[in-house]
Write a protein that binds this ligand. Sequence first.
Ligand code: HJL
Ligand code: ZN
Length: 161
Amino acid sequence: QPDDHKGYMSYALSLAEQSPPKPTNFRVGAVLVDTTKNEVLATGYTLELEGNTHAEQCCFIKLTRKHGVDEERLSEVLPQHMALYTTMEPCSNRLSGNLPCVQRILRLRGLIQTVYVGVMEPEKFVSENTGRIALQDAGITFVHVPGLEDSILKVATAGHA
Ligand SMILES: Nc1nc(=O)c(N)c(NC[C@H](O)[C@H](O)[C@H](O)COP(=O)(O)O)[nH]1
Ligand SMILES: [Zn+2]
């Protein structure tokens, strides 16, 4: 059913729990959903794929491999109506200098109508995450799904001292 936001967020949390703990990032899970069919298109969790990868980034990388396109051309092969569920709001700045996930999502503006987040990013690595504003300015609806905050943060910071 279309309003199963907590269900998808719980699923994303179960993915985050698979992420190897690390002191320099958060353990996050993400699920990209085709909202027309209410089907999962891709899942990801922090460090799932090789390199210093983010959960949302892993969803996109998997789809580039499935469709044989670069991430810049994903908009040509993906459905028109998608929602991204991520346990933590997409990053707007990464201390590693890698491309932030907000920028990756903005490449799919018009195709991803809504981003659902379990928590906002704690101010541990980046002082102020400007992702929500950037996404909203691009016409993407940004929704906080309440109820899993404590669990999400516990999992996210498990690698921290
Ligand atoms: N939404 C989100 N998904 C993730 O999978 C992840 N790890 C973060 N974490 C945000 C945090 O700000 C960055 O992890 C640090 O800024 C370090 O940057 P790197 O991860 O090393 O690029 N945020
Ligand atoms: Zn990110």
